[in-house]
Design a protein around this ligand. Structure first.
Ligand code: FAD
Length: 456
């Protein structure tokens, strides 16, 4: 047992269960949990506005859970290295533990901090827990990263998943805690106008809430997931992504819960596990590819003739494109901070193919408005839809939003929920279509053939 506390630096791992860094710290002696509200790392980006609101809620519940165990969460604002050094000086801590991040900017920052603190004589250790498998553990036969999802998923299914760790039954805390900021002083929640009101009705923060959500899905949704997951009008998906994005639950906890049903090989559960592996595949790309947020994985797309139109971008963002399913999706996003996956694909395809605005514009808007905004899944999925990602849907496959709506929202229940003024063709209160899909499709294919010709 160490006589000095271990600093547990929390980031996107706001939980007590299945937390390898916390479990390790608790084994060594006293634990001092800290969350640092810091500027974006160099070349990285700060959390978007909707997720900051969600962060506030989850920091609050984590603090409550720590208080029940006799401690609390120490909140500090500033550059992480400076804050950590202050805390080390104030508490005499000799160790720092945290959970791995995978984006280039945060990794570079973590390396710098590790080197600096090691030089100061502090023991620094990073742990897994955010993923089922570390991206350096799943490699192809040549020892390189996978570029195609199916063999990647096959390799993951062949790799045993380590069972999740229980929360430490007791956490040894120091007798005296250092000063903490007041969460409400950080301004993470909007004030005027308070656009988070509807989000607050839809989402309950914390580990207890996500456990209930998971149990309900396992009981009611898992069996039919393969048939209902594409229907935004039904309650057919797990809605766990906001919790995964901030690490309120770990993927291993979800994986194990599915395995424990004893029916993981049936169609519903198996399809669900495969979706969790899309998240892993996104992290695989984030780790192995340079800066997927900015650069297309397929380099020829850097020459794609994207249009620039503030007017069209605003119509898409505000859900006023005149295509009901697109508008319903964009309004669901604005109101609730989340969109159903099928509708994410439809709205993303509409932006990059019908409007021919760049996927980076869409990715940035999602980053700011999703509560589940994820540094891997968001850029990887946008690149997938745009046709420039790893193993992407080819750009020439262009969704027809009207047919998608008929197929996946057959009675119009989803559209009516978010676009109540839509009364069918010729509605006077609803905008006329921003573009003609047939024409837009032809123009998109011409733009594609341009970059293909340049590549030949
Ligand atoms: P479920 O269908 O219940 O799936 C369970 C879990 O599997 C999800 O929580 C998620 O972790 C994972 N998953 C499912 N589908 C995917 C997928 N296609 N790619 C990666 N992981 C997946 N997901 C995010 O978590 N954050 C994002 O920022 C994000 N941005 C996206 C942007 C676009 C353009 C698209 C097309 C998809 C995006 N996704 C993102 C993936 C997916 O839409 C969401 O993970 C899913 O809709 C979340 O809802 P759920 O938890 O009910 O999913």
């Amino acid at each position: 047992m160490s006589p000095t506390p271990t600093l547990l630096w929390l980031r996107r791992d706001l939980r007590l269960n299945d937390h390898p860094a916390l479990s390790d710290a608790a084994k060594h002696g006293e634990v001092l949990p800290v969350y640092i509200h810091s500027p974006a790392p160099k070349n990285g980006r700060a959390m978007g506005a909707a997720q900051r609101w969600w962060l506030h809620q989850n920091l609050e519940t984590l603090d409550q859970n720590l208080r029940q165990k006799g401690g609390n969460l120490v909140l500090r604002k500033g550059e992480p290295l400076a804050v950590l050094r202050d805390l080390i000086q104030e508490t005499g801590a000799q160790r720092l533990v945290f959970t791995h991040a995978y984006d280039t900017a945060t990794r570079a920052q973590d390396n710098k901090i590790t080197q600096a603190l090691t030089k100061d004589g502090i023991e620094v250790q990073a742990f897994g827990g955010h993923l089922l498998h570390e991206p350096w553990d799943i490699l192809n036969k040549q020892g390189g990263p996978y570029r195609v999802y199916t063999p990647f998923a096959k390799a993951c299914f062949e790799h045993p998943v380590t069972p999740p760790l229980p929360a430490p039954p007791t956490i040894p805390f120091p007798a005296k805690f250092p000063r903490s900021d007041k969460l409400s002083d950080w301004g993470l929640c909007p004030s005027k106008p308070d656009w988070a009101q509807q989000m607050a009705k839809e989402w309950e923060a914390g580990e207890d809430a996500v456990r209930r959500q998971l149990n309900t899905f396992i009981k009611n949704g898992l069996e039919h997931y393969h048939t209902e997951r594409d229907r935004p009008d039904l309650d057919g998906v797990s809605r766990l992504s906001p919790y995964l994005a901030l690490g309120v639950i770990s993927p291993r906890q979800i994986w194990q819960a599915v395995q424990q049903t004893g029916r993981a090989y049936e169609k519903g559960p198996h399809t669900y596990l495969k979706e969790l592996l899309w998240r892993e595949f996104s992290y695989h790309q984030l780790y192995h590819q340079p800066d997927i947020m900015r650069h297309p994985i397929q380099p020829s797309f850097a020459r794609f003739p994207w249009r620039i139109s503030k007017r069209d971008l605003a119509a898409w963002q505000q859900g006023k494109t005149g295509y009901p399913i697109v508008d319903a999706g964009m309004r669901q996003l604005w109101r609730t901070g989340w969109i159903h996956n099928r509708v994410r694909m439809i709205v993303a395809s509409f932006l990059v193919k019908d409007l021919r605005l760049s996927w980076q514009e869409g990715e940035a808007w999602f980053w700011d408005t999703l509560i589940d905004a994820d540094p891997a899944s968001n850029p990887a999925s946008w690149q997938w839809v745009a046709g420039c990602g790893a193993d992407a849907a080819p750009y020439f496959r262009i969704f027809n939003p009207t047919l998608q709506e008929k197929k996946y929202d057959p009675k119009g229940d989803y559209v009516r929920r978010y676009v109540p003024e839509w009364k069918g063709q010729g509605s006077t209160t609803y905008p006329a279509p921003l573009v003609d899909h047939t024409l837009a499709r032809r123009e998109a294919l011409e733009a594609l053939s341009l970059i293909k010709r340049q590549a030949d």
